[in-house]
Design a binder for this molecule. Sequence first.
Ligand SMILES: [Zn+2]
Ligand SMILES: [Zn+2]
Length: 129
Amino acid sequence: MIRNCSDCNKILVHSVNTLCPECTKKRNEQFNKVKGYLQKHPKARLQEIVNETGVSLERVREFAAEGRLKVVPVDLDIKCQICGAEITFGRICQKCQEKFSQKSDRTTGTESEGKSGRMHLLKSQRHKK
Ligand SMILES: [Zn+2]
Ligand SMILES: [Zn+2]
């Protein structure tokens, strides 16, 4: 599998990461800077962190969204991508996460109904194993 580093576009071969080793290292350094700054200044605002650490606003948001920061910028506003509720980390809120997992459980049963062609295909594939 070949993909490009999402930061410097270097070609990555057989990599499960989206960043090359150099960018991963750089990113970790940036993370530690942001984390360290927030530990010393727990009430820091996003723009302040950007100015003081030199890490881009986008990246600071990324770190916060990953949920690895124990202290997050006070004016950080991440919203659930489904319902728009305010959340502190991740992409969707707890409620939507629960709804989403329930939904995907149900659809696997109903979706294959009426699509007998696909059902047959799935069955024959299973027999081969
Ligand atoms: Zn890179
Ligand atoms: Zn939601």
